[in-house]
Design a protein. Structure first.
Length: 298
């Protein structure tokens, strides 16, 4: 994992999983109110930054289907410039390893790493709370990556409380389909009135082998995307339904395992039956973002 924040050093942008995700209501402006538990894992994208003296922000390598102006990495850097008056520039190189439309936070994590890294590299020294507020303008999942701790989240995902979670490893499977988050949240059959829980409710169940609660987005996703249902059913047949869940709005499905060996064994047992185009990875759960201790402080 990342050793330091510096120019031309690969910096981690880890994946996240949602251990549960409840939709508890909807605001007047249309945004959904959520409760969820975020956990980072030690696999994800990587970014590398090179200084420019012309004030320009440029993406070095193409990202298929994503124009440079729409790239969250570029938008994050330009937002940081606009908010601080910084005139320094940067070339951003992205090693994209997480699936797009996968529900594991790839674009949001990339944007957060840009904010955390450039805050240090451009010597801006903004406090973490300010970076979280900027991140929220880029996407609802960006603040938790800036927050940098496993977290119980409420609101639209930006009201965060740190969590201490028991050790666990995960098998994460991407079933070869990209799920657009807006489509899931717009579906008329989405549950929007789950009774609110408390962080104490979640903590009391954290040591259980079964996952707490549910993912309210999962029934919509499996109806619209049969590949997601297929992945859940295939993994549940091996690990038990209580250990299998879709992350975020999908399409990725994960299995919570006791340790890395158990996760690796499960991947070996299941991967021979995966259809063409499916991918997966095994990762250890993290309680801290790799950049947490070397980036902005409160």
């Amino acid at each position: 994992m990342t050793a330091r924040i510096d120019w031309q050093v690969w910096l981690d942008a880890p994946a996240k999983i949602n251990l549960f995700l409840h939709v508890t209501g909807r605001r007047a402006d249309g945004y959904h109110l959520l409760q969820t538990a975020f956990r980072f894992v030690d696999f994800g994208d990587r970014l590398r930054f090179s200084p420019r003296d012309d004030g320009e922000v440029r993406r070095v390598n193409p990202l298929p289907g994503v124009p440079e102006a729409d790239d969250l990495c570029v938008r994050a850097a330009r937002l940081l410039q606009a908010e601080t008056g910084c005139r320094r520039g940067v070339d951003i190189e992205l090693d994209k390893r997480l699936p797009m439309g996968g529900g594991v936070g790839g674009g949001s994590s990339d944007a957060a790493t840009v904010l955390l890294a450039l805050n240090r590299l451009w010597e801006l020294d903004l406090p973490r709370a300010r970076l979280q507020a900027l991140g929220l303008r880029l996407g609802a999942d960006v603040p938790v990556f800036v927050f940098g701790r496993a977290a119980f989240a409420e609101g639209v995902g930006e009201v965060l409380q740190p969590l201490e979670l028991p050790p666990a490893a995960y098998l994460v499977v991407a079933p070869g389909v990209s799920v657009p988050t807006p489509r899931i949240f717009a579906d008329p059959e989405l549950t929007r009135n789950t009774e609110a829980c408390t962080i104490a409710d979640f903590a009391a169940a954290a040591d259980s082998t079964a996952l707490f609660g549910r993912n309210d987005l999962e029934p919509v996703a499996v109806r619209l995307y049969p590949e997601v249902r297929q992945a859940i059913d295939m993994l549940a047949a091996l690990a038990g339904r209580g250990a299998v869940r879709m992350s975020g709005s999908g399409a990725c499905v994960f299995v919570q395992c006791a340790d890395l060996q158990a996760a690796q064994d499960l991947m070996k047992a299941s991967s021979a039956s995966w259809p063409a185009g499916w991918q997966g990875f095994v990762a250890q759960g993290l309680d801290e973002h790799p950049l947490y201790r070397m980036s902005a402080q409160v």
